[in-house]
Design a protein around this ligand. Sequence first.
Ligand code: ADP
Ligand code: MG
Length: 681
Amino acid sequence: MNRIHLLPDHVANQIAAGEVVERPASVVKELVENSLDAGASRVSVEIQAGGRSLVRVTDDGSGMSRDDALLCLERHATSKIVRAEDLSAIATMGFRGEALPSIASVSRFTLTTRERDSDTSEATQVIIQGGKIAEVKAAGSAPGTSVEVRQIFFNLPARRKFLRTGETEAAHIQHYLTLAALAHPQVAFTFSKDGRTVWQLPPVSSASTPEGRLAALRERMRTIAGDEQKLLAVDYSALLDTPAEGEPDETWESATPERPQTLPRFRIWGLIGPPGVSRSTREDQHLFVNRRPVENRGLNFALMEGYHTALMKGRFPVCCLFLEIDPSAVDVNIHPAKREVKFHQESQVRRLVAQAVRQTLLAFHGEPNAASSPTKSDPRAVKVHAQETPKANALSPRSSLPASPIPQTEDLPQLAPSVLTARPTAPKDKIPWPVRPPMTPARPVVTAPPPPAIPEERDSTPVPAASGNEHGDTSRSASVSGPVPLLHVPLRMVGVIGRLYVVLESDRGLVLLDQHAAHERILFEQMLNRLEQQGNASSQKLLLPETVELSIRDSQFLREQLPTLTRMGVGLSEFGDRTFLLDALPPFVKVSDSRRFVLELVDELKAAGQQVNSLRLGEHTIAKTVCRHAVKANDPLAGKELENLVDDLRRCAMPYTCPHGRPTLIEMNYRELEKKFGRTQ
Ligand code: ADP
Ligand code: MG
């Protein structure tokens, strides 16, 4: 007896709906993607009860003929691909031909559509109930398409039960719409919830230049957030090498005669939070691949990697980054809802992303053009800002920088070993920082263009150079401080409080500096700099070497780290099976209990090894762990020492956070002070 039979279409559609239609937000996503694919310049989304009673998406796109309107509701009916080969280079949002029939199979569905470029003035309306066509008729409507989805899952009570409250579902919808609106500033979006308009985003015309696109993105962000976001601009492009994964010869070079443009093109552009700006979730981390919002673990890692010491453990970057990559170099057909993508040159892409982020962060502080001229001269001014030179903007805060820049060592030294040894020593004052990017650079099209934006409070993290405050007040004060990084403006010493916080004053307002965090950052960079120049960090022999005994596993782990530790100035050597001899330490580390120091070091290194991706238990991880043990200055620093501290900090490559990502400085500008004192609203 034959027991196998083909499932009827409506059952197959419901099965597909299981994957594609998870919740009302998935319906919104599919419908809006269709509108965008149809070339709409206006998309309007209305929902009721979080989309559970109604989702209606209306566009002014190409529309459909009557035949197409019927056909588009069939499974695997699509206008976007024809052949299997087309799958390897998808340039549209959709291509699976599944969304409409799936959605129609689990809702009361009405499609009204009128072809834009046709003579007919009539629209077609198709009404479907739970996957069965109930009615097809002519209707009056403007060109474009409107899809109405009522009572989602009305015929699948088990799934309807799992829908969350209207508020939660609406939040998911709004999140998706935010992404779509960010990716398509040229499209006007309206969003209304239970009859109330939430958004009305006008189209932003954008020049196709990099600056134009960034400006459009900023403008769109401003309208969505109701305010300006002070983020740094990123724009890098490169060619991906075609060789398979794992090829060591990966370069960033642009096209040259020997290297024609046939290699897959890669570009990353958008906006990222400055050092110290972070969130406790990934909620403000928006990543797009060819304008498609994506989730990709590799990219998440790359971002963290790019921020490295500018991000606290457990915090996440704020960003809106667009990767543009040859459609043939990325597979979008790996997830039914197309949320995930796979890059053919995954590791190169990751490296490029990390690189672009890191260089942007470094340029934020290092870009000499971004320096402002000191507006007043004040005899009390901490001299750090004023390595006076005739040209105002030659007051590079790095005029006496440690001879070698940090970024190289910070940047995956194991991947670009040649860089570590072969760095040109550049004339310090002339060459913009970083002197040379770690890998052969992606051609920076716009590198944190001057003036770079001022970082801004996005969360309750104190933010360097920020115009926000530490109380999560998100109101912005764009005009007050001007787009100049905090360490580029003159700072005057006021005093020290709590033996820890240095109170400073700038023309913009109040600045607080955490002595320990600043000290740690300075030691960290000095250590790596010295390491790079001399091959080992400074170290001081202990008068009384001590032995430390560890567990078998810990000693195994420590043994592997010994060569690096020794180079970092921590003199540890094997002294028996599980015993180690500690006979030297970096001069700034004073330990009273060497066993505890070694144990803590092992624990911290192990933890760091798990947290960062496993490639990188390199020098800087060890350096930042060692720096944590720097002597905490018990005596409050005074006068000259404080000046030196700010001076040294200013010469760091990444001065706004300690090596663990905590802020070194926070700023409260006059506008915020005025608000707190009730002088303004
Ligand atoms: P896919 O988007 O994967 O092709 P869908 O089921 O989402 O599959 O849509 C099927 C087809 O219906 C699309 O390929 C497109 O031709 C047409 N279509 C859907 N929505 C619209 C719309 N808003 N405007 C014009 N055509 C549309
Ligand atoms: Mg679609």
